[in-house]
Design a protein around this ligand. Structure first.
Ligand SMILES: C[S@@+](CC[C@H](N)C(=O)[O-])C[C@H]1O[C@@H](n2cnc3c(N)ncnc32)[C@H](O)[C@@H]1O
Length: 489
């Protein structure tokens, strides 16, 4: 196995991490399975579990490959890559679908590659890491087309005309400016690792090839320092965020804990010795585990927020605020939004779900005035800071819900970038009530995007000009899309 970047973890036969399918070769394959075939067979394993031989037909919108049983039932196959013939163990089955996990690859797909991490398929970070990039990109385009047809009810001809080729950056690995580590206790010792495919499982890794290459040491240093400290003191860590920028040199460690006593000075000293980050903060939360709210961000050492250069500006982002995890690909989003809106110096703009200002700042540099709406307090404060630091005085920052606090001012151009849930149902009518000539919809979920585009179509004020997928998250099924809508005449 090339380039073992991750250090420890669960291992199966031949030293492969558990969950990582064995690829059978030549005689061994023929002995165990006969000639590879696309037909499904059901055998009992020694553990009396059903296994199936399946051909993976395509990648699902999710971590798995998709296959079908002989009677046409969909099978979501963990560890399967489009084109593989696999022997898969059935994990669950109901009336409509089967979930299965690859036990062995009988016939490896020509699209299968060796990933630079042995935890592909075990760790939740890069479920498509064993699939070549070209096929990943094609699968993301297909998934967008499929959502627009199935959910948005666009015809195949309409979709063919609307969906542009996917845009991507060169970095297929090492692109993430942020990772999150979670604590676990193994044999009485505290460890920090990544969430597994099964989110309850924590995978101890020494580094992650998705994380910013220049700071590949950071994960091991933070996990080692906090694991060491956690064995002698109760840190009550919920999670630890590490953000790093090769452009500014900023490295921030954010420790998420409930309110209460915390060995601040000790933690800061140990982390500074281990990593010398530019900032260490503690994000204090309160409330029940599932619905914890941030009550305060406490500075432990250095700077209280992380900084990044993006497009023609610089942004500061505090630990709880959203920031696009792939800065170079986020610049493609900004270009696509500006290409769609073509803002003019006398234009009024609205930026809904604006975060810390990724689109607000480029709009403010090009337009006369921008009204920017964001619900999350820390992001509103970051936006205020970013606008001031950039000497921009033409932005009205509105803290609140994008629908309830929809700006009173009119707009010539408008951008929306909602979370995965997409737009609130009332948003389409509110957007249609402005005189905006063009709208850019930035989406991280093809399904809710397709639903919302159907709503725009039903409303009739705007029509879709183009939908451009952007590969913001290589090695995963996630895909960002920028849609350009223009006013119907
Ligand atoms: C996908 S992020 C985009 C942020 C920003 N446009 C960017 O690219 O950095 C979505 C943002 O919407 C905010 N948000 C979530 N629900 C909201 C709501 N109902 N009204 C306004 N903002 C909301 C989140 O806090 C988050 O900052």
């Amino acid at each position: 196995m090339r380039g073992r970047l991750c250090e420890a973890g669960p291992r199966g036969r031949r030293g492969a991490p558990l969950g990582y399918p064995a690829i059978l070769r030549g005689a061994e394959r023929r002995r165990r399975h006969g000639a590879a075939s696309a037909t499904l067979v059901r055998n009992k394993t020694p553990q009396e579990r059903d296994t199936m031989r399946l051909t993976i037909e395509r990648m699902a919108y999710g971590p798995d490959g998709l296959a079908h049983t002989e009677d046409g039932k969909a099978v979501f196959v963990a560890g399967g890559v489009v084109g593989d013939v696999v022997e898969a163990r059935v994990d669950s089955e109901d009336a409509s679908l089967v979930r299965a996990t690859v036990e062995s690859v009988v016939e490896a797909s020509p699209h299968r590659v060796e990933a630079p991490c042995p935890f592909v398929g075990v760790c939740g970070g890069c479920p498509w890491g064993a699939l070549d990039r070209k096929t990943q990109l094609a699968a993301k385009e297909d998934n967008l087309r499929s959502a627009l047809m199935r959910i948005g009810k666009f015809t195949a001809d309409e979709v063919a005309a609307l969906v542009r080729p996917i845009r991507s950056t060169r970095d297929a690995w090492g692109y993430r400016n942020k990772v999150e580590l979670a604590p676990s206790v193994e044999r009485g010792r505290v460890r920090l690792g990544m969430h597994g495919r099964d989110p309850k499982q924590i995978i101890s890794v020494g580094s992650c090839p998705l994380f910013e290459k220049k700071y590949s040491r950071a994960i091991k240093a933070v996990a080692g320092a906090l694991g060491y400290l956690g064995n002698s003191r109760d840190l009550s860590l919920d999670r630890v965020g590490v953000r790093a920028s090769r452009r500014t040199g900023a490295v921030e460690v954010a420790l998420w804990t409930p309110t209460g006593p915390f060995p601040r000075a000790h933690v800061a000293r140990v982390l500074e010795d281990a990593l010398a980050p530019t900032g260490i903060v503690r994000v204090m939360t309160k409330g029940e585990q599932r619905a914890r709210r941030v009550s305060k961000v406490e500075l432990l050492a250095g700077e209280g927020s992380w900084s990044e250069k993006i497009a023609d500006g610089r942004m500061r982002v505090s630990a709880p605020s959203f920031f696009q995890v792939n800065t170079a690909a986020a610049e493609i989003l900004i270009d696509l939004v500006m290409d769609a809106l073509k803002p003019e110096p006398e234009d009024l703009a609205i930026d809904l779900y604006c975060g810390a200002g990724t689109f607000t700042m480029p709009l403010a540099r090009r337009c006369d005035f921008v009204a920017a709406v964001e619900a999350y307090g820390p992001a509103v404060r970051d936006l205020r800071h970013n606008i001031d630091a950039a000497n921009l005085s033409n932005v009205d920052i509105i803290g609140g819900d994008a629908v309830k606090e929809f700006p009173d001012q009119d707009a010539d151009v408008l951008v929306v970038d909602p979370p995965r849930a997409g737009l609130a149902a009332e948003a389409v009518g509110l957007i249609a009530s402005t005189s905006a000539r063009d709208v850019a919809y930035v989406s991280c979920d093809p399904a809710t995007l397709a639903r919302d585009l159907a709503r725009f179509r039903a409303d009739g004020t705007f029509r879709v000009v183009s939908a451009t997928p952007v590969d913001l998250f290589p090695q995963t099924f996630h895909c960002e899309t920028v849609v350009h809508l223009t006013r119907n005449n």
